[in-house]
Design a protein around this ligand. Structure first.
Ligand SMILES: *Cc1c(COP(=O)(O)O)cnc(C)c1O
Length: 495
């Protein structure tokens, strides 16, 4: 043996990234579990949001670590610099944007998934079968046919992109081979003017360009105007364009509106267009007996994107895409070079691989936390939590409507209520400023977190209750705190 190749006795010990003392690590991990459970259990005692102090931001911007450090010292820094400064969405008084709250027991599958460190791109191991059954469960939740396929993704942004890629590739022409060059006309997609920005991004990323996305006007309930959609499709066909896809939204981010999915589905069938549903948070309202009728038609979608991390509260990140015609799904993505051939037996077996159904090859074990959540709670319990949130949104709508000087800008729909303070005699810009300040005041107080949006151009306070921890008293407190903050601002301007 060449002496240069002789093993240095300490080299292999040095190079291993395993702990020198496993018992030390075990004690640290036990402490971490205790901290994690206390953190969630006691969340109500903490402010919803604490800005990250400048000193902590500075500490976090340190240079690249080059040498090793004691694990417990690193853990100490995590506790000091990271753990105390969350966005606050674990808290019962978090009502901003559309965030999930998380599941206390969700810590457990996350730990186990970290230990397994599964790559769920493919091959024959438990992770593949767990994801497969989760997809089957989702098909049954939404009434999709047996031949449908599905894929877990980081969220609805990726699921929208993936769904629209399949729609585009199924529009005729050899898109995978020739790109958009082989098409006779411009591909055009349609969504309501209340569409989510991820649809716009998807159209951009897919090379279609924003000019290929029609934002169809909405009616007084913020639902896509079907007559306007028909007219737009006809005009595009007359102009020699190639309409290919309609995106229906099940739960718009601004107001919680649900497009008329049933009518959109039949329109798409008549017009031979792909029907994609962006159901990021709203789709799972099918689990609520009371809300389900509003989502009729969702079962007819060609593709459906939704999130587990919003109204099912599975830990970030976890979204899903379902595709009615599994063959079209496969055709859009399957590509197996020699080293990825399916062997039919051994670890390289396992049948269809998730990497055949989307852009990612290496993928984490997202399915485990979803599987755990569905097994532990069952769909009925998730449905009841959704029903409760919708009732709370209705109740909040009535509460704020009774506050003097408040205008309800969008009636409660699903989990969302929008309203603004409108003292007499203020101009539009001052009203916008007032409502923006009231929301920021409340966020900075740590008491509650609503957010803002614009409705018909006017800046509006937006409260979204996708929160299984919220109680009616929390909403009473929110209304009082908002009213007090507004009164202080209004008084401040007078004096
Ligand atoms: C949240 C949301 C998205 C984006 O989903 P992510 O999981 O954040 O990527 C898309 N559409 C709607 C309607 C949403 O509410």
């Amino acid at each position: 043996m060449n002496t240069a190749d002789a093993p240095d006795s300490s080299e292999q010990e040095d190079a291993s990234l395993d702990p020198a003392d496993w018992e030390n690590l075990r004690r640290l991990a036990h402490d971490a579990v205790d901290q994690a459970i206390d953190y969630v259990r006691d969340v109500r005692k903490r402010p919803v949001w604490l800005p990250v102090p400048e000193s902590v931001k500075a500490a976090l911007s340190e240079p690249l670590p080059t040498g090793p450090r004691d694990t417990r010292a690193v853990y100490g820094e995590l506790l000091e610099r990271v753990f105390p400064y969350p966005a606050g969405n674990v808290h019962p008084l978090f009502f901003g944007w559309v965030h999930g709250v998380g599941l206390a027991s969700g810590v457990v599958p996350e730990i186990m998934a970290a230990a397994m460190n599964a790559n769920c791109g493919g091959r024959d191991h438990a992770g593949i079968y767990v994801e497969r059954v989760v997809v089957e469960w989702c098909k049954s939740i939404f009434g999709f046919p047996a031949g449908a396929t599905g894929l877990l993704l980081s969220g609805t942004s990726m699921a929208n992109l993936t769904g629209l890629a399949i729609a585009r590739n199924s529009s005729g022409g050899e898109i995978r081979q020739r790109g958009l060059h082989g098409l006779p006309g411009r591909l055009v997609a349609y969504a309501s003017a209340e569409l989510h920005s991820s649809i716009t991004k998807a159209v951009e990323i897919l090379g279609l360009g924003r000019e290929s996305l029609r934002a169809i006007p909405v009616d007084s309930d913020f639902r896509m105007d079907i007559a306007a959609l028909r007219a737009s499709i006809a005009a595009d066909r007359a102009a020699g364009h190639q309409p290919f896809c309609v995106v229906g939204t099940a739960g718009t981010v601004n107001t919680g509106a649900i497009d008329d999915l049933e009518t959109l589905a039949s329109l798409c069938r008549e017009e031979r267009l792909w029907f994609h549903v962006d159901g990021a948070f709203g789709a799972l309202a099918v689990l609520s007996e009371k809300q389900r009728p509003r989502l009729r038609g969702i079962e007819k979608a060609d593709s459906l994107a939704f999130d587990f991390h919003k109204w099912m509260h599975v830990q970030y990140d976890a979204g899903c895409l379902l595709v009615r015609d599994g063959d079209l799904h496969r055709k859009a993505f399957t590509l197996r070079p020699a080293y990825l051939q399916e062997a039919g037996r051994g670890l390289a077996g396992g049948g269809e691989w998730p990497s055949d159904l989307g852009p990612e090859l290496s993928r984490g074990f997202r399915a485990l936390k979803v599987w755990f959540a569905l097994k532990e709670h069952g769909v009925e319990r998730f449905g009841r939590a959704i029903t409760m949130n919708c009732r709370q949104a209705d109740r909040l709508g009535r509460l704020v409507a009774g506050v003097p000087g408040v205008q309800v800008t969008s009636a409660p729909s699903l989990s969302i209520v929008c309203f603004r303070f409108r003292p007499a005699g203020w101009d539009d810009a001052s009203l916008d400023r007032l409502n923006e300040d009231v929301v920021a005041d409340l966020q900075e107080s740590g008491l509650a977190v609503p957010s803002t949006t614009r409705i018909h151009g006017a800046l509006t306070i937006r409260v979204n209750i996708t929160n299984h921890r919220t109680r009616d008293e929390d909403l009473d407190l929110l209304v009082r705190a908002l009213s007090d903050a507004a009164a202080r601002r209004i008084e401040g301007r007078r004096s």
